[in-house]
Design a binder for this molecule. Structure first.
Ligand code: 5GP
Length: 207
């Protein structure tokens, strides 16, 4: 008998912590579903509509909020980011585990609505390493990098609200650790309650 319920796992971490790469590898290797967010931020070079994000104008985004089409949304460094509801709910109903790569305000809002979600925080081994990754990425101005470092400092305060903290030092190791963690959440008692109940009821036909 298959477990038919997928989990929602929220993956957050400082901008530049390498969450995107970890999530990409988890999807490629193990077939996790990934929620694609809507944002008012402009596409970076190489990013694609409907793959990296759904790019929206401020007006379009505000309409999505009004129509209650988002599980959560947040403003991050002057842009809106939000998680479209329909995809996530349909995936977990089909038994797929869904990863949401979102920042902390949004993560905590989802946890309030759905306490069963797992909050996973990915961190680089040090602040120095974070800064050098942001600089090497070469996609943001120094001004934006400084803003992101300042934001990361503030975000340290939220680490205590997360269920799991994973260090992304070596990518390989981090991806494997994440997969083991997600598997154990998937098969946890908390996520298997419906299945357990179904099995219990199955016995009724014999007794
Ligand atoms: P970036 O501009 O670097 O792609 O993303 C900036 C931040 O927004 C990252 O921390 C990313 O995880 C977060 N983010 C991306 N999508 C969403 C979303 O749907 N909701 C929220 N709350 N944050 C998001």
């Amino acid at each position: 008998m298959m477990n038919k319920k997928g989990i929602i796992a929220i993956i957050s971490g400082f901008s530049g912590a390498g969450k995107g790469t970890v999530v990409e590898q988890l999807t490629k290797r193990y077939g996790y579903a990934v929620s694609i967010s809507a944002t008012t931020r402009k596409p970076r070079e190489g990013e694609k509509e409907g793959v990296s994000y759904f790019y929206k104008t401020k007006e379009e985004f505000e309409q999505m909020i009004e129509r209650d089409e988002l599980i959560e949304y947040a403003k991050y460094v002057e842009n809106y980011y939000g998680t479209p509801k329909e995809y996530v709910l349909s995936q977990i109903d089909q038994g797929k585990d869904v990863l949401l790569e979102i920042e902390m305000q949004g993560a905590l809002k989802v946890k309030e609505k759905f306490p069963e979600v797992s909050l996973i925080f990915i961190t680089p081994p040090s602040a120095e390493e974070l800064r050098s990754r942001l600089v090497n990425r070469g996609t943001e101005s120094i001004e934006v990098i400084n803003k992101r470092m300042a934001r990361a400092k503030e975000e340290c305060a939220y680490m205590k609200d997360y269920d799991y903290i994973v260090v992304n030092d070596e990518l390989e190791e981090c991806v494997e650790q994440m997969h083991r963690l997600l598997q154990s959440v998937h098969y946890s008692k908390r996520n298997q309650q419906e299945l357990a109940e179904k099995i219990r009821k199955d016995f009724d036909q014999y007794l």
